[in-house]
Design a protein around this ligand. Sequence first.
Ligand code: CTP
Length: 417
Amino acid sequence: MKSILTGRYASVPENEIPLLKGRRILLGVTGSIAAFKAADLASKLAQTGAEVDCILTVSAERFVTALTFQSLTGRRAYVDADLWSDDGHILHVGLAQAAELLVIAPATADTIAKLVHGRADSLLTITSLAATCPSIVAPAMDAGMFEHPATQANLETLRERGVTIVGPVKGRMASGLIGIGRMSEPRDIVGSIRLVLGKDGPLAGRKIVVTAGGTQEPLDPVRVLANRSSGKQGFAMAQAALDRGAEVTLISAPSQEMPPTGAVRIDVQTAKEMSQAVLKAVAEADALIMAAAVADFRPRRVSERKIKRAGGVPEVPLEPTEDILAQIAQQRPEVVVGFAAESNDLIKHATSKLKSKGLDLIVANDITAEDAGFATDMNRVTLVSASGGSEELPLMTKSEVAEIVVERIEELLREKS
Ligand code: CTP
């Protein structure tokens, strides 16, 4: 189906994900109330630029319709009746061969059992049998059904065959009971899709450490010295590295951002904790991306008790924190990328930090710009590299900045090895 919309309504490129753009994903939807969440999944996938073909089982059609999925993906959605239509004799083979990934979400206990036994009694199960691409199964069922030894054994069999099982997660189920049986959120399923499709990417086998967020330095049990970093740019760096197949350790200061699926996340609060975590992680890493806004100073003394107003305005002497980039000199990974948030003389300050901290690349941004920087999804940066070049990038999303920086890291690693 071709979109009839043109002009300013034509596209929403900010949700595009380069890894998924143009990729053929076959989404199988089976009969669970979580089928309504599969509609959200189909929508999210279509917005990434993926080409999403959907197959609904007969019982899925009780909950949602093919029209729902067609409307969201802009492509035909298939149902069992299509098996007996004119293109029926090749439909399952055609769909299976075109698919780069098969995702069954939600997957009922019955469909899981059918997959295990190679049953071919519906368009979805026939197509699954004909497919040779990787697959992801996101179970959804009542907690008791999920815990049943038969279901557990079936899931184990699928795992042994290389199928990625996502969820289910704990929460309120259709029965009203709380337990493990809810289908994973579409966002997390998209995360697993990125992991599976990205795993053989150009950074496969590479270990990348990313720091993110703003450290917090305690003053007393309730107060901290903090900064305005949201962690968005660092988290986007971690995701971009995962999309290229890297093994990612994300060392994060407090941040509201959701961690990308597949990253090993280490939560820290202070510069000292971040320094210890980075020193440990870089020992085995190929690259370090220091996107965190690390405090330069901390209160020299942390009061054990809350500082009371009645005590008058306190004097807060500060002391310097660990300079993490300076500390890693002894066990420096092949590629080290730093950030410079500046309010004036951007390139001059960035270049001097690049040199003094021995970086391969520095991502410099002007924090006085109104349309970019802290807590927004947009950024406007200049990349300054040790080899001498500087590249001023236009205003773009933090994900786009991350794509470009990680691409540069990939080039640097290739040059050095
Ligand atoms: N950085 C670090 N350890 C610190 C402070 C900063 O490793 N204690 C890292 C940051 O993660 C960033 C780079 O150094 O990648 C530059 O951080 P920035 O705060 O801009 O530089 P500073 O050296 O602290 O200089 P100033 O704050 O005076 O501009």
